[in-house]
Design a protein around this ligand. Structure first.
Ligand SMILES: [Zn+2]
Length: 110
């Protein structure tokens, strides 16, 4: 993997980190708003707990992905970056650009 490719992936990671941070901030704001403005009676308690649970799990997934992206950004210049942890093959550029946190090639991830 040459330097230009790594730089392009690094840029893509930085963009995704920025977008994800904005998403997390807006999700956190939304979950607070829901808590404060929750109309009593329209949603059953069960429904509101379920939707809150879904919102929280989406938020947690976003945070986990953010952490993985930060690790990927630190590793992008490493020699092993971009190679599958399982089979050692190079991970396709398109896959790395879309999902820079991948540590498995598309075949091993499937
Ligand atoms: Zn593989």
């Amino acid at each position: 993997m040459d330097h230009g490719v790594r730089q392009e992936i690094a840029r893509s990671i930085q963009e995704q980190i920025r977008d994800l941070r904005l998403e997390i901030v807006s999700m956190e704001e939304q979950s607070r708003t829901v808590d404060l403005d929750q109309p009593i009676g329209r949603l059953s308690r069960m429904d509101s707990l379920t939707s809150q649970g879904i919102a929280l799990s989406t938020l947690n997934k976003a945070k986990v992905r953010l952490t993985r992206l930060k690790i990927a950004l630190q590793r992008v210049e490493d020699h092993e970056f971009g190679f599958c942890e399982n089979c050692g093959e190079e991970i396709a550029f398109k896959r790395l650009r879309a999902l820079p946190e991948s540590t498995l090639c598309i075949h091993c991830a499937a």
